[in-house]
Ligand binder design. Sequence first.
Ligand SMILES: O=C(O)CCC(=O)C(=O)O
Ligand SMILES: [Fe+2]
Length: 285
Amino acid sequence: MTTSSGTIPEVRLEDLAATGIAPLEEAGCLVITGVTGASERDRLREELAEGMAGARVWEGDDPKAFFPGYTRRIASMVARSETARDWVMHPLAKTLCDHFLLPNCDDRYQLHVTAAIEIGPGARKQVLHREEDAFQFFPLPRPNLIVATMWSVTDFTAENGATLLVPGSHRWPRERRATRDEIVSAEMEAGSVLIWLGGTLHAGGANTTSDWRYGVILTYSVGWLRQEENQSLAVPREMAREFPQELLDMIGDTMNGSLGFSEAYTGDIAAAAEYGGAAVVEMNR
Ligand SMILES: O=C(O)CCC(=O)C(=O)O
Ligand SMILES: [Fe+2]
């Protein structure tokens, strides 16, 4: 959707390489269409069905709450769903994170938040926010710390609660507030993925229909930040042991420089010395 002052650019997945990342850099958001197929979305729904059925629906509404009423959320996507694990590791993640995050963390980026979110009939819109707001001590505009993705499982429409974005707001100073016509609905067909930068103002939309809007949010951050969702607790150890190394790296199991050491690696502190200590010695020599 376009308003008089903003547009969310859109590209088909197969055209992304040719179009390049510039439209996303410029707008701070981008819709990529045709990323997932109906059968994998059905599989994801099935894998998450039990969790979703058991999730608390925020009945009623506290206007000050971050999660609006009449919405349903579950986290721990990596532990709950094989399909979500594939989405976490989709080649898109590497393209986006290599470009936006790697320059700010010369070693590693990581998974930051995972959740399935359903916005139900009667839900109000969420407060506009930035995914990087947890890191208040950086003045705005901040360096790129986070990249966010929203995988649409149903169609997203302006009426059913499509994510609201403020294109260009990733470059705004703290004081600037979005006017009504600067806020744009990220309308997209099921199977699309909405990307936005950690500095871009956005919110879940209001749902005035009688259907539920279903999406999966997966965000990534530079490897030296505290992850917003604690993946070490979200993923049971016995499950993590079966994961391929790339997924372990992505959930933050692996050391990043000297960060994240544990005797669990080697039975003593040797891992820290091997991976991180040497770099610190080198840097200060
Ligand atoms: O549900 C949405 O469209 C956005 C959700 C969101 O931004 C969040 O929970 O941080
Ligand atoms: Fe958000």
